[in-house]
Every structure is written in structure tokens, then in C-alpha cells.
Design a protein around this ligand. Structure first.
Ligand SMILES: Cc1cc2nc3c(=O)[nH]c(=O)nc-3n(C[C@H](O)[C@H](O)[C@H](O)COP(=O)(O)OP(=O)(O)OC[C@H]3O[C@@H](n4cnc5c(N)ncnc54)[C@H](O)[C@@H]3O)c2cc1C
Length: 429
């Protein structure tokens, strides 16, 4: 039984194909989402279907794999059962928990109510709708509505940096042309970061390059800016200053998915579940926890980051371990192989840090970013669509998905993982 069809769960199931095991994979969504490109959906560069792939299609025609579209709401590790939201219990011999992470607001007032998260396709569409609607509203208004065209991003990690760069490009090229009667120079993209650098975890050289590339795109970066409150009209900082902004995006906080709370025992500070060296639970060797949900350390005892590669390698390792166990062989310890980190700031600009100290920047970094993301995207059709979209965008500067979809409401109530859904369009505009 594999819970979660993200990077970790999917690779576990793929690794078990052909093993003779009967595999059930359960996910609350009917698709696998490629989250590293989510910001491109939010900024009209890609459509939702370009970065999502139906789970059933991945395993179609394979009777060894059963796909269930349901939310797992309960675990009984003693009885070896998981409970689904519709009340059904499913029994297992081996269980793999791979439900990823969720947004954390660190208790900052107004984040859950007034800021947009960026964790799901629904989040990305709502943000895209909201930004496009703000421009439509400003088009019919006399200048002066404070903050109407300000997009304020909180958190200078890779998601905040990538989103800021892409938003600045969307506004500066497409929206400037779409709204000839609007003074688009009024629009602002602000990136707030509480520490003294963006892209924590990258080298100082890459951080400086990211700051330079953001500034070249007109993004205003404020380092050392600590958020105190998000209001319907903007934000208040810990020094008491206020910034009016109709759109506030929260990318600063991540914690383990709440399913981890159902696993008995102590948790890491971010809610992740501590595991043994083979990624199983010490008290339940038949239960594995992988990806963002697991608290795993490297050889030096440092926690592994919440990255797609950690989940992918954890999924593959778990499939091998289950195969070994089925053959009566012992488990081996999980070793993470760091393939590097990268972030793109926009067209022709990225920073990449590879093992061995190799650093790439600018166009070369950007091309390597493009190739890596295409290779890891699931589904041949999606790769072709994304490649065509990028080529089109590169030649024409056109971020073509500038469509307001009115029916994207707040996230439906999820019995276990209430996702911060941000403001509704009606409320905010
Ligand atoms: C916007 C964004 C950008 C990112 N960019 C990068 C990047 O550039 N590079 C990088 O390496 N990493 C990036 N990451 C992080 C990366 O996506 C995660 O580390 C990775 O997805 C973790 O894999 P996972 O399998 O643990 O979880 P996920 O891939 O998130 O999969 C979890 C799955 O579990 C399902 N699920 C959750 N709860 C339940 C439940 N109760 N019942 C049933 N199903 C459930 C979810 O629907 C989901 O399909 C990014 C993440 C985000 C959100």
C-alpha cells in the first residue's frame, strides 16, 4: 500500500512493477503533480495539464497496480490498516507513506486568511486568476488605488525567487501589451525575505547572481524584512511599516503533511517522521516513510532537504528494500546522492550548483535547468507540450495561458489536511 503518488510514492510503485507484489496506490488527487513547474502555471507560462499526469494513465493496463482516488484519514499500524475518507479500511502487508508536505504559516496573523499559498494546482490557478483580475480592475479605475497592482511575495527561497522573476516578466511583457491604456509601470513585484540573503542553501555567488537578475527584471527585493501580519490590503512588518498589496503570496513556510501526526512517536520540529536507516519505522519495519514526510539525515547527521530528488531516491530505495524483504534478504541503508540544486530567475537566467563545486549561471545555467526539468517531467505528451510552450515563449515572449477561470474556488474541505486556501476572489477584489 503506497499513500501518495508524488515523487516518492510514484517511484516506489514503479520500482515494484514486475516484483509479483500486489500494489495499491492511494492519492487524494487523480494526478501526479510536477511541483517544480507550478509557478509557471501561476504565471500563465503553462497550463495545469502540462505539469499533471493522471495516475491511472501512468499504470494503465498493469493489473499489478490498483489506483484509488481517496484521502487517507486514519492509520492503524497494529492492525495494519489504512482508513479512507469514505470510511473504507484497506489492509496491507507493507505500507509506504509518501504524502509530502503542506504550508505552514508559523502562526503569523492573517497568512491563512489573506495570503495565497503555492502548493497545489488549485493554488496556482487561483493566484493566476487573482493577478489577471487585478489588472482588469485597474484598467477601468483612475490611477491611485494603493497596492492594486502590487504583488508581494513572502519568502526568498527558490519558489519565491522563481515566482518573482516570472511575474515581473509576465507584467513587463504580456500585460504591458494587453493593457495599452493602463500605466503598467505602476505595477510592483516585491520579494520580502527575513534573512540577509535569497536562495538559502546556495553559495553566496549564486545568491548575488539571483539578486542581480531579479533587480534587472524590476523586482524589488527587501532583505531582513520580517512579516508581522497580512491584512486584506497588504502587510505589516515587524518594524511597524506597512506595504499596501492586493496580492500577497506566502512561500516561506513548509511543514510535513498532517498524516505524519497519525504515526505514533516523536516528530522533527517541522512535523516530519523520524525513520531508521532503511527509511522504515523503528517499531514497525513493515512501514516506510519517504520524501518530504520523512526526517532523514545524511552521513554527517544533517537533515536532508525537502527536494524532489530526495523523494525520488527514497522511493526507489524503498522498492528495492521491499523486494529484498520479499526474497528474505536484509535491508540496506538509504544513501542520498546529491545531484545538485538549481533555480531559475527567468528567461535566460538561472543558477545551478552541481556536485564537485561546479556552478552554472546565466544562459548555460538556464539551459541546464530546462533540460533537467524536461527529463524529470512525467509523460511524453507533457514533455512535448512544455517544450513547445517554452520554445513559443522564448521566440514570441508570449505567456499564453492568460485565461481567467472563474470556477476555481477555495480548496474543498479535506478531512485530514485542511490546506490554507487563501482569500476567495470575491473577498479580495
Ligand atoms: C511550488 C513548489 C516548487 C518546488 N520546486 C522544487 C524544485 O525546483 N526542485 C526540487 O527538488 N523540489 C522542489 N519542490 C519540492 C518537491 O516538489 C518536493 O520535495 C517533492 O514533491 C516531495 O515529494 P513527496 O513524494 O514527498 O511529496 P509530493 O510530491 O508532494 O506528493 C505527495 C502526494 O501525496 C498526496 N496526499 C497528501 N495527503 C494525502 C492523503 N491524506 N491521502 C492521500 N493522498 C495524499 C498528494 O496529493 C500528493 O500527490 C517544490 C515544491 C513546491 C510546492
Amino acid at each position: 500500500m503506497v499513500v501518495g503518488a508524488g515523487f516518492g510514492g510514484l517511484n516506489t510503485v514503479r520500482g515494484l512493477v514486475g516484483s509479483g507484489a500486489e500494489v495499491t496506490i492511494v492519492d487524494r488527487d487523480n494526478y501526479h503533480g510536477f511541483w517544480p513547474l507550478l509557478y509557471q502555471v501561476a504565471t500563465a507560462g503553462l497550463s495545469p495539464e502540462d505539469i499533471a499526469y493522471p495516475i491511472r494513465a501512468i499504470f494503465s493496463g498493469n493489473p499489478q497496480v490498483t489506483v484509488r482516488h481517496a484521502v487517507v484519514t486514519g492509520l492503524d499500524l497494529e492492525a495494519r490498516k489504512v482508513r479512507l475518507d469514505r470510511g473504507e479500511d484497506l489492509a496491507y502487508e507493507y505500507l509506504v507513506l509518501a504524502t509530502g508536505s503542506s504550508t505552514a504559516d508559523f502562526g503569523i496573523a492573517g497568512v491563512a486568511e489573506h495570503a495565497f499559498p503555492l502548493k497545489t494546482l488549485r493554488d496556482a490557478l487561483r493566484l493566476r486568476n487573482h493577478v489577471l483580475r487585478a489588472f482588469e480592475e485597474a484598467d477601468g479605475e483612475p490611477p491611485g488605488s494603493d497596492g492594486l497592482l502590487t504583488v508581494l511575495l513572502v519568502g526568498g527561497g527558490p519558489t519565491g525567487v522563481e515566482l518573482a522573476g516570472a511575474l515581473a516578466e509576465l507584467i513587463g511583457t504580456n500585460l504591458a501589451a494587453d493593457f495599452p491604456h493602463l500605466d503598467v509601470s505602476r505595477a510592483r513585484v516585491l520579494l520580502l525575505e527575513a534573512t540577509d540573503h535569497v536562495l538559502g542553501g546556495f553559495s553566496t555567488k549564486s545568491q548575488q547572481e539571483a539578486l542581480r537578475a531579479l533587480s534587472a527584471r524590476g523586482v524589488e527585493v527587501r532583505l531582513g524584512a520580517k512579516l508581522a501580519e497580512v491584512t486584506p490590503d497588504g502587510v505589516r512588518l515587524s518594524d511597524g511599516s506597512e506595504i499596501p498589496a492586493r496580492t500577497v503570496v506566502w512561500t516561506a513556510g513548509v511543514r510535513a503533511n498532517p498524516l505524519g501526526e497519525l504515526v505514533p512517536g516523536a516528530k522533527a520540529p517541522n512535523g516530519a517522521v523520524p525513520v531508521s536507516s532503511d527509511l522504515s519505522l523503528p517499531e514497525h519495519p513493515e512501514v516506510f516513510v519517504i520524501g518530504d514526510l520523512a526526517a532523514v539525515t545524511d552521513k554527517r547527521g544533517r537533515p536532508l532537504p525537502q527536494l524532489a530528488q530526495v523523494a525520488i531516491q527514497g522511493g526507489k530505495h524503498t522498492a528495492r528494500t521491499i523486494r529484498h524483504r520479499l526474497a528474505g534478504e536484509p535491508s540496506t541503508a538509504f544513501r542520498y546522492h546529491n545531484h545538485g540544486i538549481m533555480a531559475t530567475i527567468g528567461r535566460g537566467s538561472a543558477v545551478a550548483e552541481l556536485p564537485g563545486g561546479f556552478k552554472l549561471q546565466g544562459t548555460v545555467g538556464w539551459l541546464s535547468w530546462l533540460v533537467v526539468h524536461l527529463v524529470f517531467l512525467i509523460g511524453f505528451r507533457n514533455r512535448v507540450l512544455v517544450l513547445v510552450n517554452w520554445a513559443w515563449n522564448y521566440v514570441t515572449f508570449d505567456r499564453a495561458s492568460r485565461v481567467i477561470l472563474d470556477d476555481v474556488g477555495p480548496a474543498p474541505a479535506d478531512p485530514l489536511t485542511p490546506r490554507p486556501s487563501g482569500p476567495s476572489l470575491g473577498q479580495a477584489l
